[in-house]
Design a protein around this ligand. Structure first.
Ligand SMILES: NC(=O)c1ccc[n+]([C@@H]2O[C@H](COP(=O)([O-])OP(=O)(O)OC[C@H]3O[C@@H](n4cnc5c(N)ncnc54)[C@H](OP(=O)(O)O)[C@@H]3O)[C@@H](O)[C@H]2O)c1
Length: 256
């Protein structure tokens, strides 16, 4: 019988894109249950600093690492930072992503690379860097953040939706290899969630109504809606769940 299912005291979580939106809420949820947090962000230092203060005010430690995940050596850079600061990661949340919206025929090779490299390549190489110590400890949690677009690709986000499906494939490939060592890896797939990235488009009432008409619960979600499932999957509560792809989307993936 496992006790204190959600207790994360003594664990350290790295959350990519943890400075705002869904990544921030996941960071706060993990911190609430006692995890120390390392937040990776790209360039929004002010928001990262604000999140840092919110997390440390909860009585846990927080570190910030600025690093652009689209760069080839980003995983090595982050791993080097962790080593220098004696930080060993127990929970890895691969949340950051880049999304370029335009007709498929106009996508440039640079935009293709930016999205694939940030949303998929960085995930694979961060797992390569951070999994071995989880295996050694016989405990680890890896959570990727996908999208409802894995199965309902937006017509103007061809590379983004493909990158999210690639990540799910990685999860399914790695889960059975990690399972004997106490390490789980799962994907959560949010639907339409109001965050900084879509604030502007969702401010258009007409557009918002179209989006909401595709969501069975009838409304756009909040970042907080992604917190509870993430907490389950990143704690002892989720020890028997691995290789899964779970939608947090108010039913949007049902395509009704
Ligand atoms: N919001 C939605 O409706 C929705 C729907 C489905 C899936 N998702 C997925 O959920 C995740 C979080 O989305 P969100 O809406 O919360 O995003 P967001 O509010 O736009 O925040 C994105 C975060 O990722 C960081 N980031 C972006 N590019 C990066 C890079 N190259 N290197 C390092 N960090 C980078 C940003 O840092 P800076 O601020 O410093 O740039 C920021 O912390 C993403 O994977 C997204 O695809 C979101």
């Amino acid at each position: 019988m496992i006790k204190n299912l959600f207790n994360l005291k003594g664990k350290t979580a790295l959350v990519t894109g943890g400075s705002q939106g869904i990544g921030k809420v996941i960071s706060l949820a993990l911190a609430e249950y006692g995890a120390d947090i390392v937040i990776n962000y790209r360039s929004g230092q002010e928001l990262a600093q604000k999140t840092y203060l919110e997390i440390t005010s909860m009585g846990v430690k927080c570190s910030l690492i600025q690093c652009d995940l689209s760069l080839l050596d980003s995983a090595k850079t982050i791993s080097g930072f962790l080593q220098e600061n004696n930080l060993e990661i127990d929970i890895l949340v691969l949340n950051a992503s880049v999304q370029v919206r335009k007709p498929w025929i106009e996508v440039t090779p640079e935009e293709y690379e930016l999205q694939l490299n940030t949303n998929f390549r960085a995930s694979l190489f961060l797992v390569q860097e951070l999994y071995p110590s989880m295996q050694k400890k016989n405990w680890g949690r890896i959570l990727t953040v996908g999208s409802v677009q894995q199965i309902r690709p937006h017509q103007q986000m061809i590379v983004y939706s493909a990158s999210k499906m690639a990540q799910v494939s990685m999860v399914k490939s790695l889960a059975p290899q990690f399972a004997p060592f106490g390490v789980t890896i799962n994907n959560i797939a949010p639907g339409a969630i109001l965050t900084g990235r879509n604030e502007e488009v969702l401010a258009d009432a007409k557009y918002k109504a179209i989006v909401e008409s595709k969501i069975p619960v009838g409304y756009v979600g909040e970042a907080e809606d992604c917190a509870s499932l993430s907490l389950v999957l990143c704690s002892d509560a989720g020890r028997y769940i691995t290789g899964q792809d779970m939608f947090v989307d108010g039913g949007m993936s049902l395509n009704v």
